[in-house]
Design a protein around this ligand. Structure first.
Ligand SMILES: NCCCNCCCCCS
Ligand SMILES: [Mg+2]
Ligand SMILES: [Zn+2]
Length: 343
C-alpha cells in the first residue's frame, strides 16, 4: 500500500495542552507521525509520496470560508493582541448566550472551537494545510486505481466541524476526502471512524445527507471526549435520517466485543453499497493508550485491516488518533498490512 506523508506535519509543534488544570506536553506530538513513518519504512509497506498541493478549494467544500480565514490569521491576531502564551480558547457561548462572531481574538477563538485542549501557535496553519493535502493525495491515488492508500495525516481531523476546531483537529481530512470522492462522481461514500473517540465533526458535516454514510465506534461520550455528541440515538436528520450510525462501548472493551460493532458497521456499509470507503483510523483503541479505555491489542489491528479489505471497496485511510507513541507505528501499520494481505 502506498503512503502519503508530509514533513510539514512537524510545523504543528505546540508546547501546551490544557489537561487536568495543567499545561502538559501535548499528546498529539510530532513523534507520532515520525514513528508511524519509520514503521512504514521498516516494514517496506510500499512507496512513500509527498503530497501534491490542492489549495483551499477542496477544504472549503467542507469548511466555511470564514473558518478557514480565521485559522489562517489566528496566530497573528493572537500575537497582535500581545498575548504571552500559545493561543488557547477560554470562553464559549454557553446556554442562553449568542453564537455571534465577536471581533476580539478571545471571542473568535471561542466562536470557532468547542474545546480548550487544542492550542494554536506558529506553524499550525501550515501543518493543517499539509495534512489536508496528504489526505487529498491519498484520495487521488485511489481515484487513479490504487485499491487503497494510507494518508499519514497529522494533525488529525475527525473532531473538526465545518467551522469549529477541537480535539487536536482543524481540517476534517476524512470529510474532505469523502467530499472529493463525491465531487469526482462517486455517487455514494461511506466514512467509517474506528478511532476511540466519536467522529463528531464528520457526523455533523454529513448529518443531513444520504450520499455519505457516517459510522463511528467509540467510547461512551457520557464518560469521554467529545462528551456532547456521539450517542446511539443520533441517526441523522432530514434526508440523512438513517445515514449516521454510532456504536458506544464501555471501559475495558476488548476486540472480541468491539469487533461485533465492526461487523455491524460492515453490514451497514454493504447495504449502503458505496462507491468508496474512507476509514478515519485512530489507534487510540489500543490497550495502553494514555487517554482512552478500550483493550485492543496490536494483533487486533491486523485483523481489523483484513476485515476492511474484505469490503472490497476503494479505500482511503486518514490517520486520526493514537497516543501511545511507542506502539502507534506497529498498530497503525498493522492495519495496512492486514489490509494488503487480504485479497
Ligand atoms: N485528558 C485527555 C483529554 C483529551 N481531550 C481531547 C481528546 C482528543 C482525541 C483526539 S483522537
Ligand atoms: Mg470513532
Ligand atoms: Zn481519538
Amino acid at each position: 500500500m502506498k503512503t502519503v506523508f508530509s514533513p510539514l506535519h512537524s510545523r504543528r509543534d505546540v508546547k501546551t495542552e490544557l489537561d487536568g488544570g495543567l499545561l502538559i506536553e501535548p499528546h498529539e506530538k510530532p513523534s507520532r507521525a515520525e514513528t508511524i513513518l519509520a514503521r512504514v519504512k521498516e516494514q517496506a509497506l510500499g512507496e512513500i509520496l509527498e503530497p501534491e498541493e490542492y489549495g483551499l478549494e477542496p477544504v472549503k467544500r467542507v469548511h466555511t470560508a470564514d473558518y478557514v480565514a480565521f485559522l489562517k490569521t489566528c496566530w497573528q491576531e493572537w500575537l497582535a493582541a500581545g498575548k504571552p502564551g500559545e493561543a488557547i480558547p477560554a470562553v464559549w457561548a454557553g446556554r442562553g448566550m449568542r453564537h455571534r462572531l465577536p471581533r476580539d481574538i478571545d471571542g473568535r477563538l471561542g466562536y470557532y472551537s468547542f474545546a480548550a485542549e487544542t492550542s494554536i501557535s506558529d506553524g499550525t496553519w501550515e501543518a493543517a494545510r499539509a495534512s489536508a493535502n496528504v489526505a487529498l493525495t491519498a484520495q487521488k491515488l485511489v481515484a487513479k486505481g490504487e485499491r487503497a492508500a494510507f494518508g499519514l495525516c497529522r494533525p488529525p481531523g475527525h473532531h473538526a466541524h465545518a467551522d469549529v476546531f477541537g480535539g487536536y483537529c482543524f481540517f476534517n481530512n476524512a470529510a474532505i476526502v469523502a467530499q472529493a470522492f463525491r465531487d469526482q462522481g462517486y455517487g455514494k461514500v461511506a466514512v467509517l471512524d474506528v478511532d476511540f473517540h466519536h467522529g463528531n465533526g464528520t457526523q455533523a458535516i454529513f448529518y443531513d445527507r444520504n450520499d455519505v454514510l457516517t459510522i463511528s465506534l467509540h467510547g461512551d461520550p457520557d464518560l469521554v471526549f467529545p462528551h456532547f455528541l456521539g450517542f446511539e440515538d443520533e441517526t441523522g436528520e432530514g434526508a440523512g435520517e438513517g445515514y449516521n450510525l454510532n456504536m458506544v462501548y464501555p471501559p475495558n472493551t476488548p476486540y472480541s466485543v468491539w469487533s461485533q460493532g465492526l461487523e455491524n458497521a460492515c453490514e451497514r456499509i454493504q447495504t449502503f453499497k458505496p462507491d468508496a470507503l474512507v476509514v478515519a483510523l485512530g489507534v487510540d483503541t489500543f490497550e495502553e493508550d494514555p487517554i482512552s479505555f478500550f483493550k485492543l491489542i496490536s494483533s487486533d489491528y491486523l485483523t481489523l485491516g483484513a476485515r476492511l479489505a474484505r469490503l472490497g471497496l476503494p479505500t482511503v485511510f486518514t490517520m486520526e488518533g493514537g497516543y501511545d507513541v511507542d506502539a502507534i507505528g506497529v498498530n497503525a501499520v498493522n492495519v495496512m498490512q492486514g489490509f494488503d494481505r487480504t485479497a
